[in-house]
Each structure stands twice: as C-alpha cells, then as structure tokens.
Design a protein around this ligand. Structure first.
Ligand code: FAD
Ligand code: PYC
Length: 417
C-alpha cells in the first residue's frame, strides 16, 4: 500500500477532495450507458468499479436514491468471514475473502481490513455437531477453520464467562483466523473513488422510480431527477428495497424485508481483540479500533421498512451479551440503529437474471452481505459485462425457488433470520 506523509499527504487530500467534488456536483447523465447500476451501496459501487477495472466497461452510471454507501453498508457491524457450509456459498464468500486480502492495495485506500479472527460459539451438543460438520466442510474447500473446546475459546477470549455455571454454557466454537472486520464506510468510499477515477458516473439523491421496458427487454431507468436514461443492461443492487424495485419491473422476488439492529457502547480501552458470535443466544460482539463495543442481534421478527427496529430486540440482545460478558454490565450504550435487510427462505442471496431481459438483480444478502462486498461486486460485474451469470453466481438464481435447488445456510448465517 502507498503511504503518504508531509506534502504527499496534502496532495493526496486535495485530489481526494477534487474527486469528491466531482461526485457531489451531480452533473446531468449521458443519454445512454452500457450498464446502469441501481443502488450505490458497497455492492453496487464494487460492481461499477470491477466493470470498469476488470472488464473494460467504463460507460457505466450508478443511481443512488440517498447518499453513496448510506444504506446497510453504513449500518453494518463489519464482520467478514467465509466459513459457510455448502460448496456454493463457501466458494462465493471465499472469493470475497481473497479479494478482501488485497483490497486496500488494489484501491490504494485503507479499508482497515483486520484479520483478528471470528469465533462462532456452540452452547449445545447439537451446536457442536453442526460446528464440526461445518469446519470439516470448510477445510475440504480449502477454507481455514478449527474446532475449539471451551478451554480453547477461553484462551482466545479470557474475559468471556466460559464456566459451566451460565444459562447457556460455552461448549466450544468454530474459529476462522482469517476472518475479522473492516471499516464499512471506507469500503464504499474506496470503491466509489476507484470507479469515479475510471470514468464511472455516480449520481446521488437520484432514486430510480421505474423502468422502460420494450417487448420484455429493459431499455432504461426512469429517474427522479433526470427523467429516462437509456441502458444496454441494468443491475439492481438495492438490498432491503429490492422487492419494491422488482415491483417497478412487474415481477416479485422471493424475499422479505426485515429491520436488523445493532448498537455501540461508549469507547473503552482495548479489551476484546477478536469477533465473538453466538447464534444460540442471539448476539455477537467485537471492539472497533476506536474502542466502542460493537453489538448486534438477529433480525426483528416482523417485516418492515423502518430503519430503527423495536426495543425488545435490543433488550434481549444486550441480555445475551451480558451472559457471555458480565464484566460489560456497567458499560453505557452510545448509539443504536437499524437497517433493512432482505432475506430469502434459505438465507442465501439472489444473483440473477430476471423475467425481464437485460435486467439483473443482486440482493437477498440478508444479515450477511458486507463480508461478500468485493466478491459480490466482482461476479456481478462479470455477469453484467457478459450478459451471462458468472459460474460462482449461477447457483444463486432467483429461479432456484421454482426448481427447489435451495442452499440452506441458516446455520452458517451466524445471525438468526
Ligand atoms: P446497501 O448498502 O443497503 O445499498 C443499497 C442501496 O440502494 C442503498 O444505498 C439504497 O439507498 C439504494 N436504493 C434503494 N432503492 C433505490 C432506488 N429505487 N433507486 C436508487 N437507489 C436505491 N453483513 C456482514 O457481512 N457482516 C456484518 O457484521 C453485518 N452486520 C450488519 C448489521 C446491521 C445492523 C445491518 C442492517 C446489516 C448487517 N450486515 C452485515 C448486512 C450488510 O450490511 C448488507 O448485506 C450489505 O451492506 C448489503 O450491501 P448493499 O450494497 O447490497 O446494500
Ligand atoms: O454474517 O457474519 C455475519 C454477520 C455478523 C453480524 C451480522 N451479520
């Protein structure tokens, strides 16, 4: 990675500022793009970046209804891992992991990817059987993983209560050392800056409100600010709003939208240097470089589009975390928020062609799409460039719900759906 100091830092800051000025001026779009991306979150921006960088498609526009990276990308708790059970998802998330490992260098932007390891705790014998099965499957796929007993967990997280006296005693865990966290905003900014530098047009505060469709083929988007803009192919990457956007094109997607909440504490001194997740008690925790404890739970049990969620979810979440870490009981909460995640019945994403020709969707990442950002963007860009789904994306067709070829990842989702 390039390091800046003194005058170099000033020059870098100025060119960074100029890039952002270009992005913020929101000029008029061209009449026609080869590819339009709807949704300027991490996945949409990564798609635009890889289209330009890897596949030579630079006549690309991104339309974002709010500000770039202000959706779930800005709201997630940044956990990155690739320890999924089935081959299809393991390959996709491991593809992302490999891109994470070179991302700061590739973007020349520090996304603060920190491979501090991820623990997925087991509290019952069935949890431990599932963990054994998943870790074995991961290793067969060349993905790092170990099964730890309670003592092994205690050695990694000495402050966690691993005694036999708790309501849900820790029996062990899966441990993925290459997992960790990254800086969510930096990922969006890095991809946006990279795409912009390669000639991609980025439009903020410009919602797509409909599609122009002729004889079953999409030919353009109808935008809030700029009217109709034509495109050869269109990729929708709109996370929790994907059902609404598909409705604009006249079909339904097999997904539900749910609030998903998280919270951070006041910053405290470094005490937790890894990521701890427990699907069983419905809670996970890490500590940001700033010192905040970053805590989250499963989705709220109802469908909705309110980016806040209900109080009882957070209350139960904090109870669960305090059972694991009684010593955090006097730490104060600083902020709580919610995002809208779109979940499929098999807890896997949709990367797919649709009933409308040249209209593609990338959505359904539910509670776990941040970790996939580079891989999702890369395979979606390949699919949009060629007009055919990339082999890693093929199993995630929306039509798997017609054929029954589901890929059940509820266990590995790590966060209750
Ligand atoms: P987004 O970042 O939401 O981007 C979609 C964009 O589309 C938005 O900016 C939106 O404004 C825009 N849009 C919608 N409709 C339109 C329209 N009509 N026109 C134009 N633009 C439109 N994942 C993990 O892997 N690890 C985690 O630790 C993790 N924690 C999470 C914690 C919380 C509280 C939440 C809410 C999610 C978490 N996730 C996590 C999931 C992760 O955040 C998402 O899967 C991921 O960010 C999705 O990225 P995206 O780019 O597809 O979506
Ligand atoms: O998928 O690892 C995950 C995750 C952690 C928190 C939310 N999702």
């Amino acid at each position: 990675m390039q390091h800046y100091s003194g005058f170099g830092l000033l020059k870098h800051a100025i060119s960074h500022h100029e890039n952002w000025q270009r992005v913020w001026r929101n000029p008029k779009p061209k009449d026609h793009y080869d590819v339009i991306i709807v949704g300027g979150g991490g996945h949409g921006l990564a798609t635009a970046y890889y289209l330009a960088k890897e596949f030579g498609v630079t006549n690309v526009a991104v339309f974002e209804k709010g500000y770039l990276g202000g959706g779930n990308t800005a709201r997630n708790t940044t956990i990155v891992r690739s320890n999924y059970l089935w081959d299809e998802s393991a390959h996709l998330y491991e593809h992302a992991m490999k891109l994470w490992e070179g991302l700061s260098l590739d973007l020349n932007y520090n996304v603060m990817f920190s491979q501090r390891g991820v623990l997925n705790l087991g509290h019952t014998l069935q949890d431990m059987r599932d963990i054994n099965r998943r870790v074995n499957a991961n290793r067969l796929n060349g993905i790092d993983g170990e099964v730890l007993d309670a003592q092994g967990v205690k050695e990694i997280v000495p402050h966690m209560d691993c005694s036999a006296n708790t309501r849900y005693p820790v029996l062990g865990a899966s441990w993925q050392p290459r997992g960790g966290v990254a800086r969510h905003d930096a990922v969006a900014w890095g991809y946006a800056r990279g795409a912009d530098a390669l000639g991609v047009d980025l439009f903020q505060q410009c919602a797509v409100e409909g599609f122009e469709i002729e004889d079953g083929t999409v030919t353009g988007v109808k935008t809030k600010l700029h009217g109709t803009v034509k495109a050869g192919r269109i990729g929708c990457v709109t996370a929790g709003n994907s059902g609404v956007v598909a409705g604009m094109a006249g079909f339904q997607l097999p997904l539900e939208s749910h609030p998903l909440q998280a919270l951070v504490s006041e910053p405290i001194k470094p005490i937790l240097d890894t990521v701890v997740m427990s699907n069983h008690v419905h809670g996970y925790i890490s500590q940001s470089d700033k010192g905040d404890l970053v805590i989250g739970a499963g989705v709220d049990g109802y469908n909705g589009y309110g980016q806040r969620g209900s109080y009882n979810t957070i209350e139960g979440n904090v109870e669960a975390i305090l059972e694991l870490f009684p010593l955090f009981s006097r730490v104060r909460m600083n902020r709580q928020w919610g995002g809208i995640v779109d979940t499929c019945a098999d807890a896997c994403p949709i990367l797919s062609k649709t009933p409308v020709d040249n209209l593609f969707f990338n959505c359904g990442w539910g509670t776990g799409g941040f970790k996939a950002t580079p891989g999702s963007g890369h395979v979606f860009a390949a699919s949009l460039a060629k007009g055919e789904m990339h082999p890693l994306a093929e199993p995630f067709s929306m039509f798997r719900f017609n054929t029954g070829a589901l890929i059940d990842e509820h266990g590995a989702a790590g966060v209750a759906h």
